[in-house]
Design a protein around this ligand. Structure first.
Ligand code: TXA
Ligand code: MG
Length: 326
């Protein structure tokens, strides 16, 4: 995939903007992030204001490599080390206990912090040029569909963002897998680009090496995950998840008012029909752009043909269930 290269000096300008407390949107392999200097309370406050995000919702901090990331952790459990070694740089966020310098303004007051080392070359270059941690939620307004192209960020945030680095379309297309490593046995809080099976496989190896009976802290409070709110990742148009066998009847009922996201060929009764790939990874990459296109078409209702209830569809199904509230 041809990616637009940043103009000479643009990366250094982006790093300077971050140092000055500015907001820089940048591509990652999952979705575009809205970045701010994670060591600056003022910069992060502006980030929350622009996103419209409640102050008690924690944000992920991004780094160029695992050594820098883990310097923000008070302790790094073996499970986190193992997962980082296996999947970083890549679409994985690890929740660990926070180090002393990690401000309440990043964690919503929680004792843990989310760390991620993205693999996108432009994210890598920006994080290396900046050197420190970059707080970055997805670069959309709170509760809306995450951006997977630079134009989506410009559409959503306009002049509220100081610079948008354009790295082309995101390869994964949905947010990172989040694994909580603070409570003994690691828990997947949000399915994503790395499957639960891949996480389990990497951890099985780690568990074999762990001292038997190592104490886990199961009494720690369950962390809040804003991505688990029902109305997250939602298109503006009411969307409905429809079983394949029920799609025809729904179309007959709604006719031209409906927009459709489906595996099958377009139906002449519907004006806005987007055909989706049968491969889960290709579907994920296309999903948010498709929801945005259907939103822009001005349909009354979006009908989304449900993918199979299979492990490889877990992350896509998670996002579709949140998107479909009708
Ligand atoms: O792929 C991604 O993860 C993208 C790119 C930009 O890295 N970022 C992203 O950030 O999706 P955001 O802020 O939209 O979602 C981060 C999720 C939220 O649901 C938040 O609650 C959770 O991570 N999170 C962050 N820190 C946490 C913590 N300490 N404990 C529990 N959940 C945390
Ligand atoms: Mg988000």
């Amino acid at each position: 995939m041809a990616e637009p290269a940043p103009a000479a000096g643009e990366l250094e300008r982006a790093a300077q903007l971050l140092r000055a407390g500015g907001l820089v949107a940048f591509p990652t392999e999952t979705v575009y992030g809205l970045g701010a200097d994670a060591s600056s309370a003022a910069a992060v406050a502006r980030l929350y204001a622009v996103k419209g995000r409640p102050a008690d919702h924690p944000v992920i901090v991004h780094f160029a490599d695992a050594a820098r990331a883990f310097a923000w952790a008070r302790e790094v459990p073996e499970s986190a080390r193992r997962l980082a070694a296996r999947f970083w740089p890549g679409p994985l966020t690890l929740i660990v206990r926070r180090a002393a310098q990690v401000g309440d303004f990043l964690t919503g007051g929680q004792d843990s912090v989310g760390l991620r080392v993205p693999s996108h070359p432009l994210a890598q270059a920006l994080l290396a040029a900046f050197g420190g941690g970059v707080a970055a939620p997805s670069a959309n307004r709170y509760g809306r569909v995450s951006p997977t192209r630079a134009q989506h960020v410009r559409d959503d945030l306009g002049s509220d963002v100081d610079l948008v680095l354009d790295g082309g379309p995101c390869e994964v297309g949905i947010e990172s897998t989040i694994v909580d490593c603070t409570r003994g046995a690691p828990v997947v809080l949000r399915p994503g680009g790395i499957s639960a099976a891949q996480i389990a496989q990497a951890l099985d190896a780690a568990r074999d090496q762990a001292a038997p009976g190592a104490p886990g802290n199961n009494a720690a409070p369950v962390p809040r995950v804003s991505g688990s709110h029902a109305a997250h990742y939602a298109p503006l148009t009411p969307a409905r998840l429809v079983a394949p066998h029920a799609l025809d009847a729904q179309i007959a009922l709604l006719g031209a008012q409906a927009g459709v996201l489906a595996f099958s060929r377009p139906d002449e009764r519907v004006d806005f029909w987007l055909r989706m790939p049968r491969d889960p990874a290709a579907y994920a990459q296309r999903l948010y752009g498709a929801l945005r296109e259907l939103d822009a078409a001005g349909c009354a209702v979006l009908l989304v043909e449900a993918p199979p209830e299979a492990p490889e569809w877990q992350a896509v199904l998670d996002r579709l269930r949140r998107a479909c509230r009708d």
